[in-house]
Design a protein around this ligand. Structure first.
Ligand SMILES: Nc1ncnc2c1ncn2[C@@H]1O[C@H](COP(=O)(O)OP(=O)(O)OP(=O)(O)O)[C@@H](O)[C@H]1O
Ligand SMILES: O=P(O)(O)OC[C@H]1O[C@H](OP(=O)(O)OP(=O)(O)O)[C@H](O)[C@@H]1O
Length: 235
């Protein structure tokens, strides 16, 4: 049996993942033509590369269909309930950094903190008769964070992309999204709440605790761990 490792199928995350493993003696490459999602691993026997959308890797790890997977720490926390019962975050990889934050219009001069947001949300509801809307694709993480910080009077609205545009488009009053340079927030006249950092994400190598690990796959894991200078987690 092969140890299956899921990696992002395209873009910067894929390239940096290939570089990260390459620097550790494990060479990953895409095979076939440019559009074919197939790949190969050299440098260690018994590993099969599975190219997947970064957003689907958490689910595949939790289902045990892949043994290892590389994706953002934000995606694992958001897509899996009780994520640490299903996967182990084995190694932070030092790239793909992004902050999941709560932001409001820069023009809201009296809203700088979560407490201010809570007060503004209550006032908003009294005035408009509906809850202040926060657009995001990170439903679980944002809900948990706002609950833990005592913000209650809001409604999450789903936004799967161009989230910073929802305020201008009048489909939300505030947003929760990832930022790296901050340029998209600035361009859309939004500011981050001073205590509005929900999660600092980076690309992470995860191990599935729900996958079946045969003796052969455990041996491959031990070889991989040795090559990468990591300690294999207990299974
Ligand atoms: N500037 C950025 N913009 C978007 N994602 C970023 C950025 N920096 C880091 N990331 C991370 O990249 C990951 C998302 O990657 P990507 O957009 O390829 O996934 P995806 O939504 O599954 O894509 P697709 O479904 O189009 O394949 C997240 O973990 C996110 O935190
Ligand atoms: O802080 P910045 O450097 O400006 O980057 C942040 C932006 O990048 C991502 O969007 P992406 O380009 O992936 O498109 P999306 O809106 O479809 O998620 C993210 O959702 C922000 O919109």
């Amino acid at each position: 049996m092969m140890l299956k490792i899921g990696v992002p199928s395209k873009g910067r995350l894929m390239e940096k993942t290939f570089d990260w493993f390459g620097q550790r003696g494990v060479t990953m490459s895409r095979t076939g033509n440019e559009r074919e999602y197939s790949g190969a691993v050299d440098g260690v026997e018994g590993v099969e590369l599975v190219l997947l959308s970064a957003g689907e890797i958490p689910r595949e790890l939790a289902a045990g269909r892949i043994h290892l997977g590389v994706t953002g720490s934000d995606l694992v926390r958001d897509k899996l309930a009780d994520w640490s019962a299903q996967v182990v975050d084995w190694a932070a990889m030092g790239f793909g950094h992004a902050d999941l934050i709560i932001a409001v219009p820069s023009a809201w001069i009296d809203v700088e903190t979560l407490d201010d947001l809570d007060a503004a949300a209550a006032a908003f509801r009294a005035r408009h008769g509906h809850r202040l809307r926060i657009a995001t694709k990170y439903h679980r993480l944002v809900r948990e964070f706002l609950t833990a910080n005592g913000v209650a009077d809001y409604a999450l609205v789903d936004s799967q992309g161009a989230t910073e545009g929802t305020v201008k488009n009048l489909t939300a009053e505030a947003i929760a999204d990832i930022t790296s340079t901050g340029e998209t927030l600035r361009a859309n006249h939004l500011k981050i709440l001073s205590d509005g950092l929900v999660h600092q994400s980076q690309a992470t190598l995860f191990l599935s605790q729900t996958a079946v690990w045969s003796a052969a796959e455990q041996a491959v894991l031990a070889r991989l761990a040795g090559l990468m200078g990591l300690t294999a987690p207990a299974l």
